[in-house]
Design a protein around this ligand. Sequence first.
Ligand SMILES: Cc1ncc(C[n+]2csc(CCOP(=O)(O)OP(=O)(O)O)c2C)c(N)n1
Length: 691
Amino acid sequence: MDSSPDKKPALSAVTSHSSAPLATGDATIPTLGRFPALDRVTYPSDMRNFSVEQLKQVADELRAETIDAVSTTGGHLGASLGVVELTVALHAVFDTPEDKVIWDVGHQAYPHKILTGRRDRIRTLRQPGGLSGFTRRSESTYDPFGAAHSSTSISAGLGMAVAHHLRAEEDPSYRERSVIAVIGDGSISAGMAYEAMNNAAVAGPGAERLIVILNDNEMSIAPPVGAMSNYLSRLMSSRKFMGLRELAGKVVKKLPAPVERTARKADEYARGMITGGTLFEELGFYYVGPVDGHDLPQLVAILRNLRDTDNGPILLHVITEKGHGYRPAEKAGDKYHAVAKFNVVTGEQKKGPSGPPSYTSVFARELVRRAATDDRITAVTAAMPSGTGLDAFAKSYPDRFFDVGIAEQHAVTFAAGMATEGLRPFCAIYSTFLQRAYDQVMHDVVLQKLPVRFAIDRAGLVGADGATHAGAFDLAYLGCLPGMTLMAPSDEVELLHMTATATEFDEGPIGLRYPRGGGLGLDLPAKGQVLEIGKGRIIREMGRQAGGEKGGIAILSLGPRLAEALKAADMLAAHGLPPTVADARFAKPIDVELVENLARNHAVLITLEEGSIGGFGTQVGHHLARTGLLDNVRFRPLTLPDIFIDHNSQDAQYEQAGLTAPHITKTALSALGIGDMLPMNLPNSSTGTKS
Ligand SMILES: Cc1ncc(C[n+]2csc(CCOP(=O)(O)OP(=O)(O)O)c2C)c(N)n1
């Protein structure tokens, strides 16, 4: 067995980085000096001449460094700990960044970041202005593809592999290179992964350089579900770990074509006889595995063999343990998938301040309560039972709860099918992930007027997960669909009512979108009430003002920004301009009567929402324009700005977005033409900077 790692020369791209190599005493790396092997690695090229023993030391230290860093930032720990050995082996064997390593989702890429020139910034992970919690092209040449939504890696990798080959003729420096997509057993449940695998074997020259590494830790966020997961377990248990001896007979190196074909045939025949072949082989992949993903010497040797073979596309089945090497994570039910800051010794996570119940839990509570007396209610999640609160539903009604795996498209059409049978399905999906099922929403649900209830969680800005997870667009992408009904609660009591309303609404598709985090701490009534569809409510009537009959300001808010609207109302009242404040409740259909009255009776009409341009304000503006009312009112729609907002605290994100009380106040005063007359130090609404 040749256990020495790759000794290929480093390419120029590896060394031309902007950040300086680590210097002893670097204040940004508090662990410097504690990890002698890791301290020698700023970039992967630094460890390519390491012995396997040295690489094992790097791996051990990398694990400790990852734990130490995440203990100060919080983040996705379990998945990262599971791939420490794999990360070291990949970067030691392959010529990254020339060879491409794509991490599916990217939440397991913290060790990868540490080894690829970002150790000095790893403690800024998910912090304002710091490293992203996922892979990102703009962050490093070692991140060839940005991610955060799952199951994209095989498609992207295949595209890269094929494109590289296409450019071979015009590129004199062309050399064969590998593209490696690392995808988890949870993420491989999504349709996209199969679409890509289905294409790989026939995608043409270049595709043979694709290596898919299935990182099988028998976990998604929750335990994985579905026949594929069962299949992988069977595959794993029916075979012992593959060692080098078996691999030697399996990986057919560059042999003359006829010999290769015969060898392949014999090999396939033998494998088929023993195991019946694998699904991956049927799809045209060369299946290798299962392999112990924590056995570094073995991994290095196997990867070297795979690198040097052109029998691809290859699927390497690696078995790992989520949270590996850190006892508290290994013992935890969720394997520390996502953690708050924690104590490294005890593993105890810092608890946030115990605030009011989350919107998620209020929704789940009402759904569970209603399901007790309504057996038509079913609940569907795409691999997020705890994130959507549906774990509570699952406990009470396991027969009516469906976790379909990471498969948002299927979840939506599955719910549509249920609706055709007279059930009342709730499809609970985060706003950002519902994007993946857009055609299913339009074509399978809305066009057919099927009463699927969309519980759209994490609507609006979401904090540390950043732009990839922001629920910014649902008001726009759902609001434009004919016949869609769309609600947004301004507080948790309203959410209770809207859950009740959605349950009882059988006339067609309906959605309720609510944010990440806690409500206002209001007393919750015992049950929600059914609201009148398409009707908003006045919260505060405009006081008497200077400026004649039609004067003053109206703020029409959709969703939880209402609290900011009310603060703005207090600010304006302090200046003698108490506005009318209304809660729209419905983004679609808009309350035409309310909108028209506000426009007719006020000089200024401001709409407010936690969504992008093209959402609620656009609907209102369109109506005003078409009716001619826009001619006589100063209409000011406040939405998220037309930019992607990076990870930060939710409050800071809304500040940047220009959606806080001072912004609203300033918008109102500017619209009246008196913005400059008042001594208020207010932010500039378009940039979030102080004006
Ligand atoms: C399209 C999409 N849906 C849902 C998620 C939320 N999500 C993030 S990681 C994850 C589990 C991934 O499981 P797996 O691929 O097995 O990786 P592991 O965390 O176990 O290493 C889920 C469901 C997502 N990122 N993208």
